[in-house]
Design a protein around this ligand. Structure first.
Ligand code: ATP
Ligand code: MG
Length: 796
């Protein structure tokens, strides 16, 4: 009944078609941004389904849960609901699913906890303290990075001990071993374990590997450039490189990626995986895509010019037939507030003039803390926005506390969660009592949970008061356990908040922050309720409205992977506490993206922008020391990664791109003067239209300061001056102001003037060609200006 497979090839170019219909050998699609790699994956899946492949035979891996949900949705659009039985998920979600199913084989219980970075750092801190390590010399954060790197290389504690060559490495190996033991005791896995344990499962149990290979005949991976070694091996183990003894042929593998968009080297991602695909899979076929369907030629030329500066890369010829479109708009702010005001003003104008909707617009920055300035001005101007990432919902203290209770109820051995809530809210179990119990656990080689029960029974030497407090806590947990046995997640959560006194304590507080905490907990209950409803009823993914929009995004993020899976046999109890906690643990930054239609501007870091596209993009903070990041300045490898990040940023834009920077920016409470980002200067001048440039450069008489203030690293003073002069010409040229003179000013408007800088309109008089405005330019004085002809003024 399904659609005609051939019809699915319409709307693809010949290379894309080749990639969609290719069968047999492994397939690598390498291509620049916006060339349709993700579209090829989606259409390939649809084509397979239309050609008779069963959805249950398909496994697709994306970089975020959100991307997974979108891919599934598109495929369903193309071929109908039966596509729901596919596995489309992130590496981590996929591994959790496999591990829960195969827990017995590995000697695990299937309700293991998933520790995120924060949990894992807490456990490492506990371990390091027990090993008496100096926390200055061996900070938990550093140890965590080292351990994570080892796991990404699939190295066990024994491997680590064996190859340790210096003191730090020896200490890391020691902590790694103890940490790993603790994870097992706690029936927990960290993110890296999810991958590593799955690899070990497949490698150590050929029958299990064969089961999955028989089942998943098609494996597809998006964003392949950001896989690390462990993920690479995982894929290889899944598909196999030769037939098994019982004659199961390797599964069909299709990976797509772009080496120029590899931006996770710090997490162990390695472009090697893409560069050596052909060597790893000798029969592999490689297909290149060269047409970009996303951006205008101007945007593409800018991206190409920047990425071309990276050494050791294969040059690609990426072109677009979308036409040149608008020039790239540049803006130099006096400081970060001025820059943000420009961005906000421009967004207001674009929406006002019907050029874009809020949804069409994204603002990118390098690090999360840069969002604050934008939020301030957006709030002031009443622009709707949403920040992706940052201090995330699930990182808030109260949310983590509540979840820790749920985790302990789900997995009583979860040490990190148990110790987190031991005295939260305060119930008289002090640090001393905690360490006595921990020491007892260590001495008796039993879990912390078991030691705690012994303490409650009076079998651990403790003062009576502590003992009673612990006994009370244990009784409370048992009581909640009984609730958990017969209630859904939301009810359990309510019981936790109620019976622990957690909510009452917050409600009794005068601290306004605590009021917000109560709201967040209510939001969490909503998330839990939505989760149960969605799992129980068949109606997937859509969330009830009437919920706070920010809660909605959380719900959306929690639900996608597998939420509407018809292949339910694979999942543990669908609406179980485990299933809920699993979703929550695997929510990544990029998953909390607003649903389209929300009517908000999206603010996010460049990293979270990967794979997305927006009609209008603002790239902000393009200053050396901000972007590229300070620590990359002297490091060629890191600088190359930052440049790839610039490439990712630029290529998210479809029609309009803005690039801005600030002359001064506060960092660590100090105002810093930042030169232009080298990436900014790598964009050819002829593609740019400067809305505002550095004041010095607008006034050619102060030549002597150009070189230093401009921060351009073009070689030779002459070419630097030529470049600057070109910018100066452009700024005083009339072209730029044409649109702004049409704008009416009124009292209170913020403006920027080529000569006087930033100002506030005090009053206006007259109309049309007689219109004048009195503007307060701060230290440059108050000036009355005629708003005619070519007055170099821009309304912010
Ligand atoms: P990135 O490298 O950023 O992940 P990508 O290579 O995955 O990009 P897609 O997101 O698949 O690219 O496609 C970019 C845009 O171009 C999308 O809007 C997609 O729908 C469109 N597109 C891709 N191929 C075609 C085509 N043959 N005809 C029309 N539009 C296309
Ligand atoms: Mg893509």
């Amino acid at each position: 009944s399904g659609p005609d497979p051939e019809a699915l090839l319409n709307g693809l170019n010949p290379q894309q078609r080749d990639a969609v219909v290719h069968t047999g050998s492994p397939l690598l699609v390498v291509a620049g941004a916006g060339s349709g790699k993700t579209r090829v994956l989606t259409h390939r899946i649809a084509y397979l389904l239309a050609g008779g492949v069963h959805a249950g035979q398909i496994m697709a891996i994306t970089f975020t849960n959100k991307a997974a949900a979108e891919m599934k949705e598109r495929v369903v659009d193309l071929v109908g609901r039966r596509a729901n039985a596919m596995w489309v998920s992130t590496f981590h979600s996929m591994c959790v699913r496999v591990l829960r199913r195969e827990a017995k084989t590995l000697g695990l219980s299937s309700n293991f906890s998933i520790y995120d970075a924060d949990d894992s750092r807490r456990l490492i801190t506990m371990v390091a303290r027990e090993l008496d390590l100096d926390s200055k010399r061996y900070p938990a954060r550093t140890l965590a990075v080292h351990i994570s790197n080892l796991k990404n290389e699939l190295l066990t504690p024994e491997d680590a001990a064996e190859q340790a060559g210096n003191d730090m490495e020896r200490k890391v190996a020691q902590v790694y071993a103890a940490y790993q033991r603790r994870l097992v005791d706690s029936n927990a896995m960290d993110f890296d374990d999810l991958i590593m344990r799955t690899v070990q499962l497949l490698q150590g149990h050929p029958a299990v590997a064969e089961h999955y290979r028989r089942r998943f005949r098609h494996v597809l991976v998006d964003e392949y450039q950001d896989t690390n070694h462990a993920q690479y091996v995982l894929v290889r183990e899944l598909v196999g490189t030769e037939a098994t003894d019982t004659g199961v042929e390797p599964a069909e593998l299709c990976v797509v990626g772009d080496a120029d968009q590899s931006i996770y080297a710090f997490r162990g991602a390695t472009i090697r995986n893409i560069e050596e695909f052909e060597r790893d899979y000798p029969q592999a076929r490689t297909i290149l895509l060269e047409q970009n369907y996303r951006s205008t030629q101007t945007i593409l030329s800018a991206a190409n010019a920047v990425i071309r500066r990276n050494p050791n890369r294969r040059d690609k010829r990426l072109w677009s037939d979308a036409g040149d479109g608008e020039p790239i708009v540049g803006y130099v702010g006096d400081n970060e507030h001025d820059e943000a005001a420009f961005v906000a003003g421009e967004i207001d104008r674009l929406v006002d003039e019907g050029i874009a909707t809020f949804n069409d617009i994204a603002v990118f920055y390098r690090t999360n803390n840069q969002s604050r300035v934008f939020e301030e001005v957006f709030i002031r101007l009443g622009l709707p926005y949403r920040v992706v990432g940052g201090v995330r919902f699930y990182e808030r203290r109260e949310v983590r506390d509540a979840l820790a209770y749920l985790r302990v109820l789900d997995n009583p051995e979860d040490t990190v969660s148990l110790r987190r809530i031991l005295n939260v809210p305060r119930r008289g179990i002090g640090d001393r009592a905690e360490s006595v119990v921990a020491a007892h656990a260590e001495q008796e080689r039993i879990s912390f949970a078991a030691a705690l029960r012994k303490a409650a029974a009076g079998e651990v030497p403790l003062p009576t008061r502590s003992r009673n407090a612990i006994a009370g806590f244990v009784a409370l947990l048992d009581e909640l356990q009984a609730v958990a046995a017969e209630s859904d997640v939301a009810e359990v959560l309510e019981a936790v908040l109620e019976r622990t006194g957690y909510r009452a304590e917050l409600e009794a507080s005068d601290d306004p922050q605590d009021a917000t905490r109560v709201e967040n907990l209510t939001e969490l209950v909503t998330v839990a309720r939505e989760f149960t409803e969605t799992r129980a009823g068949a109606a997937p993914t859509t969330t009830d409205s009437g919920v706070d929009p920010s809660a909605e995004s959380v719900v959306a993020a929690v639900l996608p992977a597998g939420a509407d899976d018809e292949d339910a046999a694979d999942l543990p109890a669908d609406d179980s506490l485990s299933a809920f906690l699993e979703r929550v643990s695997l929510v990544a930054d990029a998953d909390s993206l607003p649903e389209s239609g929300d009517g908000v501007v999206t603010l996010m870091t460049l990293h979270t922008a990967k794979g997305l596209e927006f009609p209008v993009v603002f790239c902000t903070g393009w200053e050396d020391g901000v972007f590229p990041h300070l620590r990359a300045l002297g490091e060629p490898a890191e600088l190359a990664e930052e440049r790839r990040l610039a490439y990712v940023g630029i290529t998210r834009a479809r029609q309009r791109l803005y690039v801005s920077r600030a002359l001064m920016r506060s960092a660590w409470g100090q105002p810093m003067t930042n030169p232009a980002s080298r990436f900014l200067t790598e964009i050819p001048e002829e593609l740019m239209h400067w809305r505002r440039i550095e004041p010095e450069r607008a006034a050619p008489q102060v030549r002597s300061t150009w070189g230093t203030r401009g921060g351009f690293d073009r070689t030779g003073a002459d070419s630097a001056q030529a470049g600057l002069a070109a910018r100066g010409m452009r700024s005083t040229g009339r072209k730029g102001w044409k649109d702004t003179v049409a704008i009416k000013l009124s009292a209170g408007d913020r403006v920027t003037h080529d000569k006087y800088g930033l100002g506030t309109v005090l009053s206006t008089e007259g109309e049309g060609p007689r219109a004048t405005a009195t503007i307060d330019f701060g230290s440059s004085g108050t000036v009355r200006l005629m708003l005619i002809g070519s007055v170099p003024i821009t309304k912010l």
